[in-house]
Design a protein around this ligand. Structure first.
Ligand SMILES: Cc1ncc(COP(=O)(O)O)c(C=O)c1O
Length: 455
């Protein structure tokens, strides 16, 4: 947030907002001459009336902190902020003003009331024996609710008996790695670039993944065929990090490869978000005996829940369930009960509908701001997910941009860690737009643009 508003404070809101903005200008967090968010946008972000924001802007214009050009909007006044900025930096070294850090949905919008209602309702009906050491695979009602949801939204053909709940997709991948290695399927191909954490998880479980290229059509299946891999870990719905959606031809080629006795691990981590058309269904629906689908509530609700699942070919269910039981005896029953209830009541879909609208709008603001402030960048991939990749021309010093942004308390991440072969990584940024407000996007991009022009 540009400013924090404390609703529990005795200090009136307009005074808090005026003081917060004054401080932001003095400390340089609001860059001199940058455009302020419109009164409507800021009022929406803060959940206050527009009239209040108009009043505050008028006050700050009168005090000389803001300027207004008739008809052109409101701007931060061009005052010397250097000394203030240095002092402020000493106090807030780790706290980012604008955080485009990847992987997070809008945490402020977690549906707390709906979750509490779901938990109360589910718990009141839960038989006492379900609070004991229950099946590590997951409660039958929860697996049933997930199976129904996946069938409806992702075209996944899942019997609840094929689902194993796990502590996020991350644990699911670790369990799978153990089981596949034991079975002798230890050669796993991974997308290059691909999610760096998955590379670490596989290595930790004794598997050194084979990096194979991704292009504008998705995973390179010819390279996969030519490799010794028996298992392929891929993100067909929305490649991480490039954002590419796997083309129909590549999907068909990948399924052909799998039918020759191989396995696909389909990481369906953010497939709920597609803004330009209906999302394509999961590969699992086309070859349920050859595809393991990994899903998660980390992008739809919150990563802190640690709710994820594996949809497995029947032959793998027992071994993965055994590994899950040894790892932690199963997911929290409380969370399973609430999650099942949230799915069955329709509240999960309602929450997602709200989030889709919000993320589409934030994405579009980010695209506009990128065009204005980082014109050297090209956005890759489809209008989907909760983050986008911006690719820069060869030789562009993205790492320096990231470092300098951090000193202005703007957090952005380079795409370089996603490459197993870092030396050949093209310069790029992965920008999350789900967990930043529109005014933060405007502020953050304005600061990035200023830094980029100095580079
Ligand atoms: C590519 C990818 N897969 C899966 C996940 C989900 O991980 P988890 O469910 O463990 O939170 C993420 C989260 O950042 C991700 O980026």
């Amino acid at each position: 947030m540009l400013v924090e508003i404390d609703r529990g404070s005795a200090e009136p809101l307009h005074r808090q907002l005026t003081a917060g903005l004054r401080d932001a200008v003095r400390s340089g967090r609001l860059a001199p001459t940058s455009r302020m968010p419109s009164t409507r946008v800021l009022a929406d972000d803060l959940g206050v009336s527009r009239r209040l924001v108009v009043e505050v802007y008028t006050q700050l214009i009168a005090e000389g902190f803001l300027t207004s050009a008739h008809g052109a909007g409101t701007f931060v006044a061009d005052i010397d902020t250097n000394t203030h900025a240095e002092a402020a930096d000493d106090h807030h070294v780790t706290r980012y003003e604008v955080d485009f850090g990847t992987g997070l949905p809008d945490l402020r919008s977690f549906p707390r009331d709906r979750w509490l209602r779901a938990l109360r309702h589910g718990l009141s009906r839960l038989p006492s024996e379900s609070l004991g050491y229950v099946a590590p695979q997951g409660l039958p009602d929860t697996r049933q609710a997930i199976a129904g949801y996946l069938q409806r939204t992702r075209g996944i053909a899942a019997d609840p008996g094929q689902i194993v709940l796990c502590s996020g997709a991350t644990q699911g991948l670790g369990l799978l790695a153990q089981v596949l290695r034991e079975r002798g399927d230890g050669t796993i191909a991974m997308e290059e670039p691909g999610f760096w954490l998955h590379r670490i998880v596989l290595r930790r479980n004794g598997i050194d993944p084979l990096p194979l290229p991704v292009d504008d059509h998705g995973f390179d299946i010819a390279a996969l065929r030519a490799s010794p891999a028996r298992v392929a870990l891929t993100t067909p719905a929305h490649q991480c990090p490039t954002g590419v959606v796997m083309t129909a031809q590549r999907r068909a080629d990948l399924l052909d490869w799998a039918r020759d006795g191989n396995l696909i691990i389909e990481d369906d981590y953010d497939a709920e978000y597609r803004f330009d058309r209906r999302p394509i269904g999961a590969l699992q629906g086309l070859a349920a005996d050859r595809v393991i689908c990994m899903g998660t509530a980390s992008k739809t609700l919150a990563p802190g829940l640690r709710i994820g699942w594996l949809v497995l070919p029947p032959a793998l269910v027992d071994a993965v369930t055994l590994s899950k039981g040894i790892a932690d005896s199963g997911n929290s029953v409380m969370d399973q009960v609430a999650f099942a209830e949230l799915l069955d009541s329709g509240d999960y879909d309602r929450h997602l509908r709200q989030m889709r609208r919000r993320y589409a709008s934030r994405r579009s603001t980010l695209l506009t701001m990128l065009g204005e402030h980082l014109p050297a960048a090209t956005v890759s991939g489809a209008a989907a997910g909760i983050q986008l990749a911006a690719v820069f021309p060869d030789g562009y010093d993205v790492e320096e941009l990231v470092r300098r942004a951090a000193t202005s308390r703007v957090h952005v991440e380079s795409t370089r860690p996603f490459y197993a072969h870092r030396a050949g990584a093209p310069p790029g940024l992965l920008l999350n737009y789900a967990n930043v407000t529109e005014s933060q996007i405007i502020t953050g991009m304005t600061i990035l643009g200023r830094i980029a022009r100095q580079l």
